[in-house]
Design a protein around this ligand. Structure first.
Ligand code: TXA
Ligand code: MG
Length: 323
């Protein structure tokens, strides 16, 4: 199959209407989208990504009316979060209505939902008569894509069209809040911080699972988001001793001092120029991908400051390093 890249919503709609999976931009990462009401189309997502059937998909909608149709009930606190953060990088796990098949939710009675904040994809969703099931558009367990080119590099030939909406503004996946039980629970840190959620929903609990690969509880895998190159936390030793080895990469949070840069033959990148957390988040995945393309023996990384979006960045770094 020939894979076209373009920014034509009409073409994307045509392929989706015909039951194909299509790459779509969101403010977080690119998604691999298909008609959530068409099981054949949804099953293609699992096939293209090589994703196991026990890992449920997020459903993307244009507005709250659509949320009402595909859920049985929206708790007050969930409504408040939706009003505050949608469209935006927040996924709510709510009880699904019968319109959503077990294939989408991996047999669970809940469905993950969000209204994304990207003008092309919102316009596309408004033009469609169905919601879009869409996981991140990367092969299972690899780093999520933050540009149309990232999607093309890995999935070319497997889908007819990638809707190109530029580089993803947030660059980390959505924050997931589950209303499966009475007290809401944050299951994944992402583009909305824990404190932002707590400001609206003070009793929220945080339950980020780091379970081994053998565990097959939907939504709780550890080794997501991982590059292929060995990815190792930076210690005082690793930084100073091996800085003249060209086969080693370094990923710093901030721009390192000029002396390190001048004396080093290593491949050095930094997530942000001036401790800007949004910029760091937005750069993370493309830098991981760049390192992967450079035949390095290993990459040492520095943790982000453990606050705000830095917590989500550190969560991804931690997952990236667990081999
Ligand atoms: O930002 C995002 O959320 C991106 C963009 C494309 O929207 N999507 C995304 O999807 O990251 P995915 O499939 O790569 O990650 C969704 C996570 C998975 O870990 C999945 O197991 C979990 O959400 N999930 C989905 N539905 C769930 C449910 N009903 N209960 C628990 N976890 C769920
Ligand atoms: Mg993913």
């Amino acid at each position: 199959m020939d894979t076209q890249v373009g920014s034509n919503i009409g073409i994307a709609k045509k392929y989706l209407d015909d039951g194909f999976a299509v790459g779509i931009p969101t403010e977080t990462v690119y998604g691999l989208a298909a008609n959530a009401f068409n099981e054949d189309a949804v099953s293609q997502i699992f096939k293209i990504k090589n994703r196991p059937a026990f890992d449920p998909l997020i459903v993307h909608v244009a507005d709250l009316d659509a949320v009402g149709r595909i859920t049985t009930h929206i708790p007050e606190k969930a409504k408040k979060l939706a009003e505050e953060f949608w469209p935006g990088p927040l996924t709510l796990i709510l009880n699904k209505s019968s319109l959503i098949s077990d294939l989408v939710t991996s047999g669970q009675s809940t469905v993950g939902l969000r209204i994304p904040r990207h003008v092309l994809t919102l316009d596309l969703l408004k033009a469609l008569e169905y919601p879009l099931a869409a996981p991140s558009a990367n092969p299972f367990k690899y780093v999520s894509p933050t540009s149309a080119q990232h999607v093309k590099n890995q999935l070319s030939g497997k889908l007819p069209y990638i809707l190109d909406g530029g580089h993803c503004e947030v660059g980390l996946e959505s924050t997931i809040v589950s209303f499966d039980v009475e007290t809401p629970v944050i299951l994944r840190l992402g583009g909305i911080t824990e404190n932002q959620i707590k400001a609206i929903c003070p009793d929220v609990r945080v339950k980020i699972q780091h379970l081994p690969d053998s565990v097959t509880i939907p939504g709780q895998l550890l080794k997501h988001y991982a590059p292929n190159v060995p990815f190792i936390p930076l210690t005082q030793d690793s930084g100073s001793i091996k800085a003249d080895d060209e086969s080693i990469g370094y990923l710093f949070f901030n721009k390192p001092n000029e002396q390190i840069l001048r004396n080093s033959k290593s491949n050095i990148k930094w997530l942000t120029q001036n401790a800007n957390m949004n910029q760091a988040a937005s750069n993370l995945y493309s830098m991981l991908r760049d390192f992967d393309g450079q035949n390095l023996s290993r990459v040492y990384f520095e943790w982000a400051p453990d606050e705000g979006l830095g917590k989500a960045i550190n969560d991804r770094l931690e997952r990236a390093q667990s081999k």
